[in-house]
Write a protein that binds this ligand. Structure first.
Ligand code: C5P
Length: 218
């Protein structure tokens, strides 16, 4: 198969990373989780006690070393040599990540890195601005979404399984707030690209969504 670039965008909790990882494994592609990269910057700024301001831009993003190690359907995330795979998924990181992701220098640095990562063979990259900004020439563009109720429910089960004591209603509010922040920011907001295909997964199983992606790639 020739080199193929697949861009998957969509709101929080749509299941992008779950299905993208599975599809990438099936196809032997590299999976690039750009949300994890924004989370990595948010995690490091919390570690350093930074508020989401210019401090962050100068000290955190300038020399942060982010490595995504994708193997056998799973991604391990490293920041400056430390594994942060679980640490970037805490409610604390989730609570500030959209603010961090709205900063121009953060987006510039990470977009640059993401484009470099996409040159290494066939890839599936997921995020918020992949089809519109990072890889506008992607071969396949999918906008993955689901109803807010369904997305909150999925996230609730995921967090419960990880041992977090979560409240479904609060989770729904947090997801809605993150979608609003991501859609309304000035730089590269979350929006369906004109040439992206809309895939509403509200009534689809994970396997059905993966199959839909595989069908488009084959
Ligand atoms: O995908 P995930 O929910 O882990 O992304 C976390 C956050 O990172 C998003 O809510 C968004 O603020 C930011 N993000 C972004 N652009 C991307 C990927 C993620 O702004 N391409």
């Amino acid at each position: 198969m020739r080199k193929l670039v697949v861009a998957i965008d969509g709101p929080a909790g749509a299941g992008k990373s779950t299905v993208a990882q599975m599809a990438a494994k099936e196809l032997g592609f590299t999976y690039i989780d750009t949300g994890a990269m924004y989370r990595a910057v948010a995690w490091k700024s919390l570690q350093q006690g930074k508020t989401v301001t210019d401090d962050l831009i100068n000290d955190v993003v300038k020399d942060i070393d982010i490595v995504l190690n994708y193997k056998e359907g799973k991604t391990k995330v490293f920041v400056d040599g430390t594994e942060v795979t679980a640490a970037i998924r805490t409610p604390e990181v989730t609570g500030i990540v959209s603010q961090v992701a709205a900063l121009g220098p953060v987006r510039e640095r990470l977009t640059d890195l993401q484009r470099k990562m996409a040159t290494q063979g066939s890839v599936i990259m997921d995020g918020r601005d992949i089809a519109t900004n990072v890889l506008p020439n992607a071969d396949i563009k999918i906008f993955l979404t689901a109803s807010i109720e369904e997305r909150a429910d999925r996230r609730y089960k995921e967090m419960k399984a990880k041992g977090y004591d979560v409240d479904l209603k609060k989770l729904q509010e947090e997801i809605a707030a993150r979608d609003k922040a991501d859609s309304e920011r000035e730089i590269s907001p979350l929006v369906q690209a004109e040439d992206a295909e809309l895939l509403d997964t509200s009534d689809m199983s994970i396997e059905e969504v993966v199959k839909a992606i595989l069908d488009r790639c084959r």
